[in-house]
Design a binder for this molecule. Structure first.
Ligand code: HDD
Length: 723
């Protein structure tokens, strides 16, 4: 039988092999009860006569229905909607000078990983394309135990102290009285909270940027967010920030597109990840670190412990030390993606925490949430969670305990069990917390070094391209436009003046309001009862770095079209050579093509055998593709020009700034659209239209280069086409 889930051969399959012990497959087997009894009739319950009542004795029915009744578990309180994949991490640069973590020592070492990407606010069945931050969790199954890097696709966070996390999440989740809106932040409670918490403003800039609308989970960055520590054999420590950089670059869709994708295919990201892995196009990320010597802890104009700050790459470059490859889809969504339990506190010797107060709170929250979500302190025994490193301790019993611990003793110290299991010396891999000296008073407070709330929000905004800035303005206008309470809009617009005056003015214009003067209330309302409000107000600061290239997506990787989805519109009378030649060029360059026609089945070209259609206009939509091509063929082009769905397809692709190509008579279809009118009015309906990403009667290679550009946002300037 063909292995339906192959993994590439040179990767470390230790975890896959481990999981195999728990897999089950009914192929060629009898149907049984959960207790192994073969079932003779799975169609009818046991009754008192053919038309009689069902008997309580029917253990088969009771077992089946009882199990069904209990199939659901609570969804994650945040990050409920997620998609996972297996893979491996390969180290390329030894980190020995900085850390004793074994998986970071020898270049070439491969460590199995399981990764789960997620949105934050929506429920388990919500759309993938919500405007939201994305979770980026990686579980490394190292030989020394599991290491979890539980990050996001944004390098900073909304709040500085875990004390505010439940408030933040209550504010962003659907409002409690009517449970609306689903998976979106465009509502009063979220912006009310933000308007009173200036520390959220840097993250708001990211969340309103196109980063919150990834084209693909495979095309987004990941960040550990907090400053962590690395600790070496000599017990010397450095600070570290972790980065994942996607090999395919960082790309986004437009907001209009995102909303339409949510209707056409709300599983768009999950499907994209699944199909890429299934077709052997394994997603890859480079793994990078920013290392800061302990002696430099106070050298920056921000506090390394403040999770609303990033370290600009101009100050500390990211060193790439390895690569992660995702090469295997899960066998079972629930068993793997749903039951996987991440925790920033799952670390290995050589990695340690900083005092970031957000991180410190997380260290409590994650085990706690698994207890309610997975229902037992034995969640570490669930196959996807159990380490490949051996587990021996004196923890016992509890719901659903799987391990059969043998022997008489379950305590330490003991003599009955020969003192086993032993504690490990540091030299034997025993974990020793980094022994940082602490000399402090107990105090419920926030460091004044955390009070600069705007300088990096401004840095982020200034680092964006013009198009990216436009999108941030539009996003804020959308989100604030959805609010019912005018006062919240005013407070946010004032807050935006602290980031950038022009940003505030532009957003205000769209909302039809004037930029308000400074409010009478102190800007920061997150103040202890006995606190002096003056002392809690943002410190005016200007970042010494004015622009940071890494913060913009404009300069990302744009040199290939691997895994890009290209629609080819055709019907009877299409020129087969034109269609197949372009298809071949695109596929040779790594893209995937689909032939879309008015109906499924086959279309008859004007020269040759019938061509199989992949999708009809009914199930396809331009928002599900990266580019569109119309081949030559008089009859085909004329027929498509009469198809409203074909016209809409082209217009929408144009509106969303995607590469468009047409050859021969195919150009007539473009001409029949509003997009064609735009192209002509720009006087660019020839080869010079390349600048707009439109390749009419050009070279196939020009179309390939255009697709690689991802989007021609320039087109937005000349106004939208109706689509
Ligand atoms: Fe969290 C899940 C990322 C702050 C409490 N978080 C969760 C997941 C990600 C993050 C990616 C999904 C894990 C998965 O795929 O199963 N969280 C972050 C980042 C944060 C952050 C990058 C800030 C830098 N989180 C944070 C705080 C708290 C939590 C401050 C609480 C004090 N997070 C949770 C949680 C979740 C969770 C409630 C829900 C499901 C889970 O843990 O397993 O415990």
């Amino acid at each position: 039988m063909k292995d339906s889930n192959p993994s590439i051969k040179d990767s470390n399959t230790a975890k896959i092999d481990d999981l195999a012990q728990n897999t089950e497959n009914g192929q060629g087997e009898f149907l049984t009860t959960n207790h192994g009894l073969r079932i003779n009739d799975d169609q009818n319950s046991l009754k008192a006569g053919e038309r009689g009542a069902t008997l309580l004795e029917d253990f088969q029915l009771r077992e089946k229905i009882t199990h069904f009744d209990h199939e659901r578990i609570p969804e994650r309180i945040v990050h409920a909607r997620g998609s996972g994949a297996h893979g491996y991490f390969e180290l390329h640069e030894s980190m020995t000078p900085y850390t004793k973590a074994k998986f970071l020592q020898t270049p070439g070492t491969q460590t199995p990983v399981f990764v789960r990407f997620s949105t934050v606010a929506g429920s388990r069945g919500s759309t993938d394309l919500a405007r939201d931050v994305r979770g980026f969790s990686v579980k490394f199954y190292t030989e020394e135990g599991n290491y979890d890097l539980v990050g996001n696709n944004v390098p900073v966070f909304f709040i500085q102290d875990a004390m505010k996390f439940p408030d933040l999440i209550h504010a962003v989740k659907p409002e409690p009285h009517h449970e609306m809106p689903q998976a979106g932040s465009a509502h009063d409670t979220f912006w009310d909270f933000v308007s009173l918490m200036p520390e959220s403003m840097h993250m708001i800039m990211w969340a309103m940027s196109d980063r919150a609308l990834p084209r693909s989970l495979r095309m987004m960055e990941g960040f550990g967010v907090h400053t962590f520590r690395l600790v070496n054999e000599n017990n010397e420590s450095v600070f570290v920030k972790f980065h994942w950089k996607p090999v395919l670059g960082v790309h986004a869709v437009s907001w209009d597109e995102a909303q339409k994708i949510s209707g056409k295919d709300s599983d768009f990201h999950r499907r994209d990840l699944w199909e890429a892995i299934d077709s052997g196009n394994f997603p890859e990320w480079n793994f990078g670190v920013q290392i800061v010597p302990e002696s430099d802890e106070h050298k920056f104009e921000f506090d390394l412990l403040d999770p609303t700050k990033l370290i600009p790459e101009e100050l500390v470059p990211v060193q790439i030390i390895g690569k992660m490859v995702l090469n295997r889809n899960p066998d079972n969504f629930f068993a793997e993606t749903e039951q996987v339990a991440f925790h920033p506190g799952h670390i290995v010797s050589g990695i340690d925490f900083s005092n970031d107060p957000l991180l410190q709170g997380r260290l409590f929250s994650y085990t706690d949430t698994q207890l309610s979500r997975l229902g037992s302190p034995n969640f570490h025994e669930i196959p996807i969670n159990r380490p490949i490193a051996p587990v021996h301790n004196n923890q016992r019993d509890g719901h659903m305990r799987q391990t059969i611990n043998t022997g008489q003793s379950s305590y330490h110290p003991n003599k009955v069990g020969n003192g086993c299991p032993f504690q490990a010396k540091a030299s034997e891999g025993g974990f020793v917390a980094y022994n940082k000296r602490i000399d402090a008073r107990k105090i419920r407070a926030r460091s004044p070094s955390f009070f600069d709330h705007f300088s990096q929000a401004t840095l982020f905004f200034n680092s964006q391209s013009e198009v990216e800035k436009n999108h941030i303005v539009a996003a804020l206008q959308f989100e604030l436009g959805k609010l019912e309470t005018e006062a919240i809009r005013l407070r946010i617009v004032y807050m935006l003046t602290q980031v950038d005056e022009s940003l505030a003015a532009r957003v205000a214009k769209g909302l039809g309001i004037a930029v308000p003067p400074a409010p009478e209330l102190p800007l920061n309302q997150s103040i202890p009862a006995d606190g002096d409000p003056e002392k809690f107000q943002p410190t005016p600061m200007v970042s010494s770095i004015k622009m940071s290239k890494a913060l913009s997506m404009a300069g990302t990787v744009k040199d290939n079209i691997k895994t890009r989805q290209i629609a080819i519109l055709a019907t009877d009378g299409v020129d087969k050579v034109s269609l197949l030649t372009m298809k071949q060029v695109l596929e040779d360059a790594g893209a995937q093509t689909k032939i879309i026609a008015p109906h499924l089945g086959f279309i008859t070209p004007n020269n040759g055998n019938p061509i199989k259609v992949d999708q009809s206009f009914l199930t396809a939509a331009s928002v599900l593709f990266d580019a569109v091509y119309v081949p030559d063929g008089q009859q085909s082009s004329a027929a498509l020009a009469q198809e409203q769905d074909a016209i809409h397809f082209i217009n929408e692709a144009y509106k969303h700034c995607k590469a468009i190509a047409a050859d021969g008579a195919g150009v007539k279809l473009i001409d029949a659209t509003a997009a064609g009118v735009k192209i002509h009015s720009a006087g660019k309906a020839d080869k010079s239209s390349l600048a707009l990403g439109v390749v009419l009667n050009g070279e196939a290679t020009e179309f390939v280069s255009a697709i690689a550009q991802h989007r021609f946002w320039e087109r937005e300037k000349s106004g939208k086409v109706p689509a």
